[in-house]
Design a protein around this ligand. Structure first.
Ligand SMILES: Cc1ncc(COP(=O)(O)O)c(C=O)c1O
Length: 477
């Protein structure tokens, strides 16, 4: 099918060109009723902010232009079915998990997954087995789960009903997902992949393979993160006889708005077409641009551009501090020069680059100059790694989430928490991998590790009481 066409977007434009009088929702009436001072920014977009009118189809019962647009999407990714999502990968993860799992099912899940994955497991009432990811010492960041950990977990938890993984990680690193999928499929266990950061991988070239191409059963992607789509616009792909598609659709209906945004859906249609027409010339152009950008950045004092052994994502550039500033401080310095980055951690600042097509312009040179200016006061420091030993482990929760909701909790001293059941997430940065999750038993080793991490100056996001050596534990009902 011709990937250059954009049926949903075109139909919206046709509708808008009719200059329709709106006697329906939304209340802004294609922008006629709107605060005057904000009109100049919103005007054109509001002309496309329609609703389920004749010719515009219905996301929840697609049979016209939305179905056509979703079919183009499934053809691009070569899958059985694809869906537009208007509430981010968040809703995709929830629906995929609820479709695959039911109450008390055992699920193997990557420990450092996005919160929507844990929330999905909670809603399904499943029992999570947490799989520790690898840790990339030089980068100071966590990666994916190893084949060895998956093998061990599948042997112990042979009743597992699904494996849920994140691929790639935020920094664009990938792991041996193909082997993991083969292993799980050899036991007929579906693999659900949160590919929030990899919607563009399908364009091939120097990008890693998409989880879709590696045989995952369901893949969820935040199109808005790396494709030219509006925020919240995402994709869900299903390609499996192990998943009940009607159940998946049922949860998508339950969890998504009954008034999905047409501008978001049209932007997904356009993003799919942009990706579907991405050529090898575009790839070469992008490769050259990124290479040059990294070379220029590498010449600046105070930062170094991280390179990843395995084939990582070209759109992610990690700058590691080689000066007196932490990653967080560097991010602030960059912002003072007008350069806004995706995230910072204690050591690094992460940049997300655009999926450029041939001859399109992006101000790389300007950005290098701005970053250069922000680094005027740096002193070179050879970074010394300060993390405690980390060994990936497999662990479980004593209670499922439904049981935990019924329980009370209280704060106790670390030393009194040994043998108790944790009632919160404890996530030290670095390495950013949860040390404790709700429902896990607090062992002496974990308490000792927390002590060491506090002494090393690790940060614990959202759990300030940990610095005072307190933990929240469950008390009996
Ligand atoms: C790995 C991962 N999964 C899921 C999500 C949620 O995606 P969305 O913002 O599209 O809902 C994020 C968001 O940052 C993420 O990083």
């Amino acid at each position: 099918m011709n990937q250059s066409i954009t049926p949903l977007y075109n139909q919206l434009v046709v509708h808008s060109e009719k200059h329709p009088n709106s006697l329906h929702v939304p209340g802004h009436k294609y922008g006629v009723i709107f605060p005057e001072f904000a009109k100049s920014y919103f005007r054109e977009l509001l002309r496309l902010d329609a609703t389920e009118l004749a010719g515009l189809d219905d996301l929840h019962s697609a049979e016209g232009v939305i179905l056509e647009a979703e079919t183009l999407l499934s053809q691009l990714y070569c899958v059985e079915k694809s869906y537009f999502l208007v509430n981010g990968s968040t809703v995709g993860n929830l629906a995929m998990i609820m479709a695959a799992l039911t109450e008390n099912d055992t699920v193997l899940v990557q420990r450092n997954c996005h919160k929507s994955v844990m929330n999905g497991i909670e809603l399904a009432g499943a029992k999570a087995v947490f799989l520790g990811p690898d840790y990339h010492q030089e980068w100071g960041v966590s990666g994916g789960v190893s084949v060895e950990i998956i093998k061990k977990a599948l042997d112990v938890y042979c009743d597992a009903k699904a494996v849920i993984l994140t691929y790639p990680n935020y920094y664009g690193m990938v792991n041996n997902l193909e082997e993991i999928i083969k292993l799980a499929h050899s036991r007929n266990i579906p693999v659900l992949v949160d590919e929030a950061h990899g919607a563009h991988f399908i364009s091939g070239g120097s990008f890693p393979k998409s989880a879709v191409q590696l045989g995952a059963d369901i893949v969820v992607q935040s199109a808005h993160k790396t494709l030219p789509a509006m925020t919240m616009g995402s994709f869900l792909h299903v390609n499996s006889h192990r998943i009940d598609i009607s159940l998946l659709e049922r949860y998508l209906h339950i969890l998504q708005s009954s008034s999905p945004s047409y501008p978001i859906m049209a932007s997904l249609d356009l993003a799919r077409s942009y990706l579907g027409t991405y050529s090898s010339e575009d790839q070469h152009f992008l490769n050259d641009q990124v290479k040059l950008f990294k070379e220029r950045l590498n010449q600046l004092d105070g930062i170094r551009v991280m390179e990843y052994d395995d084939k990582g994502d070209l759109l992610k550039v990690t700058l590691q501090s080689a000066c007196q500033y932490s990653g967080y401080e560097l991010q602030t310095l960059f912002e003072q020069e007008g350069v806004y980055t995706e995230l910072a951690d204690p050591y690094n600042v992460l940049l997300v680059l655009p999926l450029l097509k041939e001859n399109s312009h992006f101000p790389f040179q300007q950005i290098v100059e701005d970053i250069h200016r922000s680094l005027k006061n740096v002193r070179y420091i050879n970074r010394v790694e300060k993390t405690a030993d980390y060994m990936p482990i497999i662990s479980t929760s004593v209670f499922n989430y439904k049981e935990m909701i019924q329980l009370q909790s209280k704060r106790v001293l670390l030393s009194d928490a040994i043998g108790e059941i944790c009632a919160e997430k404890v996530i030290p940065y670095p390495p950013g991998i949860p040390l404790l999750l709700p429902g896990e038993i607090i062992t002496l080793e974990i308490v000792e590790q927390i002590e060491v991490l506090i002494d090393l100056g690790a940060r614990f996001q959202g759990t300030k009481h940990v610095y005072d050596r307190y933990l929240t534990i469950f008390t009996k009902k």
